[in-house]
Each structure stands twice: as structure tokens, then as C-alpha cells.
Design a protein around this ligand. Sequence first.
Ligand code: SIN
Length: 311
Amino acid sequence: MATIDLTTQIADVKFPGFILNASGPKCTTEQELVEIGNSASAAIMTKSCTKLLREGNPEPRYQVLEQGSIQSMGLPNLGYEKYLEILPRLAEFNKPIIASISGLSISDNVAMVSAFQQSNADLLEVNFSCPNVPGKPQLGYDFEQTEKALAAICEVNDKPLGLKLPAYFDFNHFDTVAEILAKYPISFISTINSIGNALVIDPETESPVIRPNNGFGGLCGNYVKAIGLANVNALRARLPEHIKIMGVGGIYNGTDAFEYLLAGADAVQVATCFQEQGPTCFARITLELSMLMASKGYTSLAAAKGKLKRL
Ligand code: SIN
């Protein structure tokens, strides 16, 4: 098989591959982060942290479904200070470290982004799109607050900065969010987060399948792949070239990753598949992507990136 160069770059940070874990499952504890370090994931992404430790929402808060999952985890994490302690111990894996931050207010985000400046995180991803904290709307759906938050964060940040965005469903929204992002020194976006406030009902029990928020939670997996692809492609067409895109949503195999590449992704993040299959999924998806690209005669990501052929 021809060797395919799957290395990629965001800002000045080189990634040894195209496929990494999403801030989501199995990236909360040091042990889980070490397992990601030991896997073929192209980076180590932490669970989105808050200022204080959070237990998260009551169980059951995650349910695997036929074509994906629904979850309302509620940002269970160890608190940002713990990640500041853990990060140096992940340096031995020699791959990019991405600290994901999800403040419950703009001032929380500013405080945590400031604190991570002195850390060995190579990139920061600030989560503007968690749908699962009761009383906290998804920041990315409020364009005024998005801009206010970005302005405040960029004041204190010198690291390559990314934003985790919610799914948008309207061309006006793609235009507006891209215009806002282009005004700030952002290195990447991760799109999409789970699609918030879905409701899955079990007809046997006549109840929702998860407990928090009356059963409303983020929809993940195959159900959302087409929306993820649309967001990558629509935002790629609108953002300046230096803002890279990490595609997220429904990536289970090499074909899914290839579709995100065609849509314009610079890297992809895996969530539900990682939750269900564990860290070996990164090597498998990478191999499948390489084999698919080789069979199509591609030798590099660049040759296929954003090359979706319109009908
Ligand atoms: C959660 O912890 O509730 C999921 C995080 C997210 O959707 O950003």
C-alpha cells in the first residue's frame, strides 16, 4: 500500500495524524488521558474543564442508541487546576496536548484561559456549545455574547486558540459566525458539538432514556454526521484559510473521516465511537482512511482536503 501522509498542522503545531479524541468521552481522568497518549490518537484532548470540580448530571446520563448516542453529562471534570497538574505528565507522549475549557461564564473562561498560558498545553479549545448545564444556554447560539466572550478571551491568550461550536442550521448563521470568528486571532474551530436538546423515548418504559433535563440531551454519532459535514463545509467556505477546522460528529470509520476531509476538515475528532470501542479505534480508523485514500490514488491529505465535487 502506498504511504499516505496523514500529518496535519494547526497554527504552528504539528499533529502526527488526522484523527484524535474529542473532548467528551474517556478524557477526564489522568488514567484516561494516559490511555489516549498510548493510543494512535494524534493528540491528547482533555475533557472540557470548569473552574471547580463537577460531578456532572445525575445518572443515567448517557445512552448508546442504534445509530449513535444521547448524553447529558453536565461537564463532569476534575476542575482546571487538576488538569494544570496532570498536563506535564502527558508530555512524554510527544503529541499535541489540547486543554479544553468550558467556563460557566465569560469571566470563568478568561480566568482559565489565563491560567493555561503557563501550562504545556499546545492548544486551547474553548467550548462555546455545551448543551447540558441547566440554566446555561449554548454560548455559540448567542452571537452578541460569543463576540463579547471572544474579545475577552483573546485579550489574555497567546496560545493557539480554538472554539468548539454548536451546529448551525441556517446560511445566515454560517455567515454571521464566520464574520465574527474572522475578526479574532483564532487558530481553529471544532465543529460540531452534539446537537443539543434532543429527546429519545423508550416506548417500553414510556420514559426518556436519560434522566437529566427531563430527558433532553445532546445527540451524537451517525445521526449527526450529515450536519457535521455541512457545518465543516459551510464554515470552510466562509472562514479565512488560517482558521483550521476539526470536524466532529459521527466518525466511526475511515470513510467517515474521508468525507470530513472532502468537506474541508484539517483533522477530525472521535467521540461516540471512542466511547463505545475504546482507544484502539484511533489506529483502526487511521488505517481505514489510509487504505481508502490509497485505493483512490491519493498520497496526502492536501490532495483531497476540501475537494468535494459538486454535482
Ligand atoms: C457534557 O459534559 O455535558 C458534554 C460536553 C459538551 O457537550 O460540550
